[in-house]
Write a protein of this length. Structure first.
Length: 511
């Protein structure tokens, strides 16, 4: 769910061989008992139930559906039986589903199909109209200045009132939602957004969210397709026909929140995983693997009987796939007093990818080109994981905080965060294959956001390694008597990263 990090073998050797000083304030807690108790079989028992729930509900567990509600009921039952105080936090959210793929074809002057992809929260409908390009398009693409087309209302000529017209705009400079809102305000009946054209921004624009429903169809194009349309408009009228088949409506979903009754309620460790799948499939890796692993950890933690220093709160988020909406709702609705009690957030999103890498969230910002890490304490959480794996002789790789999972709202509120990730649609490099095994040139999870993300789409080796690491991190964070810092405290300092720094909301681009 995050962009993959570039990994050099030499750096991994250093990470394994040289202990970090960042985590010295966290106690070395003996977690062997809970690591042994959290087993692959225990995790898979929950995964099988999630698969059956999906099978009985149209193949999905998407938020706002009976499949999600049944998943929430199962998690609630298991946590209540284990002795947790469980509550359901309901909220309304904008539900979106694409019912069939978009279509786009040039009608004149040169008829032919054009590959397109529907933006999340696109309006539905069929439009045949003249293409009108926004101003400030940068063709050929250049890094500086890059395109800011459509970011200002004046970037669109007012649309004709007598015929349908389709706005054509280039990625870059601001959120997609801003570009689309400005086009709609200018009177356009549909919007085509083509990729920017700079390195890494050339392919078909897919997995993009507007964050809220649009009134008109909105489709993404590749840079090449967009340039072809743009250049055609310079020589005369261009007409296209397009369609988007979507449903967008308000629905109700929930977060499942489970508190262990012991531990200091003024120092709460929130252990989270999103419970929902995408509409296209059952989500057994994304994120049944995170859900099942923290659920089994919660059950076994209740049995271990070790007195906690901090209170632990297990959270199963709704509507992550719609843009981190459940975790955003949770953090936004904490009072100031409640917010001040959150000691840290551990986030686990995809832990069973078949072609996995041991990714650890980059708390110290070493992988960010602007050297921005998480809030103070995040570097120590990163070290908790890297030193654990180093002790097992296992390499790790950092993955940047880029907003693709539910740590985002916690970071934006200044709460230390960290966690693990086994890889999504990114492609494994030769260097990663040499270090972690698996197949170079193939996705970490070739079934990411697809119907084939089922019970067969799991690496038990990954579940074994990540399951132990989750158990270790949770018990360590709950039982440590020291804080993150040299004086044993958690320092309340402003966050380095905010939501505006993220290019993603969940698994979808926003700009």
């Amino acid at each position: 769910m995050r962009r993959k990090a570039t990994l050099l073998a030499g750096l991994v050797v250093i990470a394994v061989a040289v202990p970090s000083t960042a985590a010295l304030a966290i106690d070395d807690v003996n977690t062997k008992k809970i690591e042994k108790a959290v087993t692959v079989n225990g995790i898979l028992q929950h995964e099988r139930v999630l698969q059956r729930i999906a099978n009985n509900n149209g193949g999905t567990r998407v938020s706002g559906s009976p499949g999600f509600d049944a998943s929430a009921a199962y998690v609630t039952q298991k946590l209540t039986a284990a002795g947790y105080e469980v509550s359901s936090q309901e909220f309304e959210f904008p539900f979106f589903e694409e019912l069939s793929p978009s279509t786009l074809e040039q009608v004149s002057p040169t008829p032919g199909p054009i590959e397109s992809a529907t933006f999340d929260y696109s309006g539905a409908g069929e439009v045949t109209g003249t293409v009108v390009a926004a101003t400030n398009v940068v063709v050929p693409a250049t890094p500086e200045p890059s395109s800011a087309a459509g970011c200002q209302p004046g970037d669109y000529v007012a649309a004709s009132a007598s015929e349908d017209q389709v706005a054509l705009v280039q990625r870059g400079g601001c959120d997609f939602a801003v570009k689309v809102a400005n086009a709609v305000a200018a009177g356009y009946d549909a919007v085509l957004v083509f990729n920017e054209g700079n390195p890494g921004r050339e392919d078909l624009l897919t997995a993009v969210t507007l964050g809220a429903p649009a009134d008109v169809p909105v489709l993404g194009l590749s840079y090449a397709s967009g340039v072809a349309l743009y250049e055609a408009t310079l020589t005369g009228p261009v007409t296209v026909a397009l369609s988007a088949d979507t449903v967008s409506e308000n629905r109700t979903t929930s977060n499942v929140i489970a508190d262990w009754p012991e531990g200091d309620p003024n120092r709460v460790v929130v252990v989270g995983a999103h419970l929902d799948s995408v509409a296209e499939g059952p989500g057994i890796n994304d994120n049944g693997s995170g859900t099942a692993t923290i659920l089994e950890t919660a059950i076994q933690l209740a049995k271990v009987g070790k007195k906690p220093q901090q209170q632990v709160r297990f959270a199963f988020w709704g509507a992550e796939e719609s843009g981190l909406l459940g975790s955003e709702y949770y953090v936004a609705n904490l009072s100031d007093d409640e917010l001040s009690t959150i000691y840290a957030n551990l986030n686990f999103d995809m832990l069973g990818s078949p072609n996995y890498v041991r990714f650890v969230y980059d708390g110290d910002g070493s992988e960010d080109p602007d050297a921005l890490g998480g809030p103070p304490g995040s570097a120590q959480i990163e070290s908790l994981f890297t030193e654990y794996f180093a002790g097992k002789g296992l390499a790790t790789a950092p993955t940047a905080f880029d907003g693709r999972s539910d740590y985002g709202p916690f970071i934006a509120a200044g709460i230390p965060a960290g966690g693990l990730f086994s890889g999504a649609e990114g492609v494994k490099t030769e260097e990663e294959a040499a270090i972690f095994g698996g197949t170079a040139g193939e996705p970490y999870d070739s079934c990411y956001h697809q119907a084939c993300d089922d019970i067969t789409n799991l690496s038990t080796a990954a579940l074994n390694e990540f399951g132990d690491a989750v158990a270790h991190s949770v018990q360590t964070m709950v039982r440590t008597k020291s804080g993150f810092f040299e004086d044993g405290s958690r320092m309340a300092l402003p966050p380095q990263l905010t939501a505006e720094d993220f290019d993603y909301r969940g698994g979808h681009l926003v700009r």
